[in-house]
Design a protein around this ligand. Sequence first.
Ligand code: FMN
Length: 211
Amino acid sequence: MREKLLHDLNNRYATKKFDSTKKVSDDDFQLICEALRLFPSSYGLQPVKFIIVKTESIRLELQKAAFGQAQISEASHLIVLCALDSISHNDVDDHVKLLADTREIEVEKLVGFGTQIKGSIEKMSEENMQIWNDKQAYIALGQLLHTCAVLHIDATPMEGFSKSEFDRILNLKDQNLHSVLACPIGYRSEDDAYSKIKKARKSMNALFEIR
Ligand SMILES: Cc1cc2nc3c(=O)[nH]c(=O)nc-3n(C[C@H](O)[C@H](O)[C@H](O)COP(=O)(O)O)c2cc1C
C-alpha cells in the first residue's frame, strides 16, 4: 500500500495531451463525483458547485477562453470547479438542517453552531468571502486529483483561463457562482512528452521544518 501510494502520486502529472479516443467509464466517473462530494470544507459548508461540461460546442468556446489549451476539449470529461459569490443566512440554515437531518438530531440543538457560522461570515467583506469560498474549491481540487491518481485516470488542474469569460459562457453570475478552476480528466496520449519527464520538487529539508 505504501509503495502503491508513492507510485500513484509519481505517476500522476498535469496532463498536456489527452487521448481523445479513450473515455472514462460511467462507473469511474460516478466514483470520482462521489469522491468530490465527500471533500472537506470549512464548517462543512461546501460553498461550491461542480459543473460537468459535456456539450462539445461549449467546450470549444471554453478552450478559447483558456488560451487554447487543448485538454479542455480533448479530455474525456471536463469539470469546472465553481464557488459561490456569497453565502447567505439561508445557506447556513440549509446547512444546519442538513446536519440535523443527517445525524438525526433536533435543529434547535444546532442553533448555536448556525449563529457561530453567521457571525463568521458577517465579518467578511464581499471580497474575502469570495476568497474563502475559492479556497474550498482548491481543497476539492486536491481531492479530485488524488482520486484520479488512485484510479490511474489522468487529469490537469487548471487556473490558466479567463475567469470572466468562463463565467459568461457558463452563465454563472445568475447562479451566485464564479469559476475558480477547471479540471479536464481522461487518459494521457502516448506521445505526451510531459508524462515522461522527471518530477521536480523541493527537497524534504527545504519543505519541512522541525521546531
Ligand atoms: C492550481 C493549479 C493550476 C494549474 N494551472 C494549469 C494550467 O492552466 N495549465 C496547465 O497545463 N497546467 C496547470 N497546472 C499544472 C502545474 O503546472 C503542475 O501541476 C506543476 O508544474 C507540477 O507538475 P505535475 O503536476 O505534472 O507534477 C496547474 C496546477 C495547479 C495546482
